[in-house]
Design a protein around this ligand. Structure first.
Ligand code: 5GP
Length: 343
């Protein structure tokens, strides 16, 4: 056993110091970014915010509402036919990731959809991206589909970012172990990594190899999205902040025929395991929970607030484009209580 004495930070531990600058007007701040992918080739241009591939938020309606310019990581429970129809229609843009997990039938479904439609972006997703088997699965997707943009995760440390970029030949590594709004991994297993530090350290490792990172989990307010980009994230993935928007699927609570709340559950919660995996296996614990989130209206309203926060932050630190936010940022440490969006 050893103890790492370096301080590790979460979003709540920092604020961004405002800077004297020729402040650009908020309206002129450019939120679009363009990325070139080394392994899969090609480029992507857009606003790098991604709806999470949870069964509530990673929906076709979300993808149609957000993209382009934003992205959705579709959940993996749609049928082959539905996905073929979606990706055929979607041919104009690169706005949705196809999600594949570790199971062979998921890989087979990806291959089947790929035979019938263009699927330019794939997310290889596992709760624990630290296994050799996971790296092999990412490599299998890369080998089978050399010209696809591959996002892989989740991990939270530079060693595994490098492993996934080099051995797995991923283009984007998804960062986050335990920060999610409906995640209980830290409570159940004691494992995790403070998300702001994870982003800073993993972005540094990825950028050194011309790879990219997607910060996944823990954003509760627009300011957290700002901090994730300021820490060096190339993409930021959102679950809880989008839960309750019109484009979500799931169990709505209605009053007088109007939506008032959505049941939002972690993908490793008892609810999700009952729904998709025939219940929790004896040997494993649930690492997610379910909450009710208030109805929020159209997702573009929520995204408008996030975009407004990003533009304003860029103006405060003198960045004319989102691309410059990280290099214009000085974080100041502050001690504020940690809390979940739903507590
Ligand atoms: P949020 O934006 O809600 O804070 O975080 C979303 C992320 O939480 C998802 O993209 C996924 O990585 C993670 N997540 C979703 N469900 C679960 C779960 O049941 N357990 C854990 N450990 N993480 C989850």
């Amino acid at each position: 056993m050893r103890i790492d004495n370096d301080p590790k930070l979460d979003f709540d531990d920092v604020l961004i110091r405002p800077k004297r600058s020729e402040a650009p007007s908020r309206a002129s701040v450019q939120l679009e970014r363009e990325y070139s992918f080394l392994s899969g080739g090609g480029t992507w241009r857009g606003v790098p915010i991604v709806a999470a591939n949870m069964d509530t938020t990673g929906t076709l309606a979300m993808a149609r509402a957000l993209g382009p310019p934003m992205l959705t990581c579709l959940h993996k429970y749609y049928s082959e036919d539905v996905l073929v129809d979606f990706f055929r229609d979607e041919a104009r843009g690169r706005s949705a990731f196809f999600t594949v997990g570790l199971k062979d039938d998921e890989f087979d479904k990806l291959a089947a959809v790929k035979r019938k439609a263009r699927v330019p972006m794939v997310c290889v997703d596992a709760a624990n991206g630290y296994t050799k088997y996971f790296v092999e699965r990412v490599k299998r997707v890369r080998d089978a589909f050399p010209e696809t943009t591959v996002m892989a995760g989740n991990v939270a440390t530079p060693d595994m970012v490098q492993e996934l970029l080099i051995s797995g030949a991923a283009d984007v590594v998804k960062i986050g172990i335990g920060p999610g709004s409906v995640c209980t991994t830290r409570r159940v297993t004691g494992v995790g990594y403070p998300q702001l530090s994870a982003i800073i350290e993993c972005a540094d490792a990825a950028h050194g190899l011309r790879g990219h990172v997607c910060a996944d989990g823990g954003c509760r307010f627009p300011g957290d999205v700002v901090k994730a980009f300021a820490a060096g994230a190339d993409f930021v993935m959102l679950g809880g902040m989008l839960a309750g928007c019109d484009e979500c699927e799931g169990e709505w609570v209605e009053e007088d025929g109007r939506r008032v709340a959505l049941r939002f559950h972690g993908m490793s919660s008892r609810e999700a395991l009952d729904k998709y995996a025939g219940g929790r296996r004896d040997y494993r614990a649930c690492e997610g929970r379910a909450v009710s989130v208030p109805y929020k209206g159209p997702v573009l309203e929520t995204m408008g607030e996030i975009a407004g926060g990003l533009r304003s932050a860029c103006a405060y630190v003198g960045a004319t484009q989102l691309k410059d936010l990280s290099k214009c940022t000085t974080f100041v440490l502050c001690n504020r209580p940690h809390g979940s969006m739903f507590e």
